[in-house]
Design a protein around this ligand. Sequence first.
Ligand code: AGV
Ligand code: CA
Length: 311
Amino acid sequence: MRQALLFDHDGGVDDLLSLMLVLSMDHIDLKGVSITPADCIGDYAEESTRKLLHLFSQPGVPVARGSYHGINAFPPEWRAGPMVVNAMPLMINVEVSKPKEVLESVDLLAEELRKAKEPISVLMTGPCSNLVRTLQQYPELGSKVKEVIWMGGAIDTSGNVVTYNHNSTAEWNVFWDPIGSKVLFELGVPITLFPLDVTNAVPVNYSFLKDLAKIAEFDAANLAGQFWATTLNTIPAYEYTYYMWDILATSYLGIPAAFDFEEIALTVSTKAPNAGQTMRLKDGEHKVKVAMKVDKDRFYQYLLQQFSINF
Ligand code: AGV
Ligand code: CA
C-alpha cells in the first residue's frame, strides 16, 4: 500500500526540488501541499508548486497557503527564488488554474488528518508553524500524525542565521518561528529531525551536477539541474554554499536506511541572543529521532535514480 503524506514547504529552490523528489516516489500518496510564506513569496511558490504538480501528472493534489508570518523574516533576496524557476523554459508555459479561494493551510492539514483512516506522515521543509497551529487548534488530531519529518535545527554545530542581536546558533526554519518550534517539541508527536548536523554533509556540488547533466535527456533530471544551477550564486552577506537541506530530509522517505539516528530530547530558545537555537534537554519528556549521519553516495545515487524520468 502507498504511504500517505502531507507536505508543507516554504518555496525555496530546494523545497521545490523536494516536491519533485516526492512526486517521483511511486510509494508515496501525496494528500496535500501546504506553503509557508517564509523563504519565499507565497504567490510565486504557489505557482511553481502547481506547475510541478501538473508536470508530474498529479494536478489534483490540493494546495494550501499558510497565513501566519513568523517573527523573524527571511532576507528578501532569498524569497524571490521561486520567481526565477517559474521562468524556466520547462515551466514558463505550463498553464495552471488557481481556484478563486485558496485553502488555508490549517484547514487543509486538519481536514486531511481528520479524513485519514490510518495515522499519516507530515514532511516539513520550512518552518513548522502551520502544523503547530493545526495541532493547537485541534489537539485531537495529534494521534493522526504518524511521523513528522522536519528539516530544521542545529544541535552540535553552528546555525546559519547571521544577523544583529544573534549569536549564530540558530537554523533559519526554527528562527522564523522560535515559539512555534518550541511548542512542536512539547506536543509529543513523533518527530524525525534533519538538522544542519547532517545536512552539512551534502552541499550542492559540481561533480553531482555533472552526473545529473549526463542524464539530462530525462525531463526531471533536466529541470532539476536547472533548479540547482540557480543556487550556485548563493553569496549573501555571509554564506557561500547552498546545501541539499530539504532534499536530504525528503530522501528519508525513500532511503531511510541511509541514515544514522540519535534519540535526543530538545527544546528551543525563544529569546535573544540565541532565539531559535535547538538545545539538548537533560530530562526531556519527549525524545526526537535526530539524523546525525548519512551515507552520501547512497543519497546522491538515489537522486540520480529518481530523476531518471520523463514528464
Ligand atoms: O536553513 C535551511 C533552510 C532549508 O529549508 N532554508 C533553505 C532550505 O530551504 C533557509 C536558508 C539557509 N540559507 C539559505 C537559505 C540560503 N543561502 N538561501 C536560501 N535559503
Ligand atoms: Ca525550505
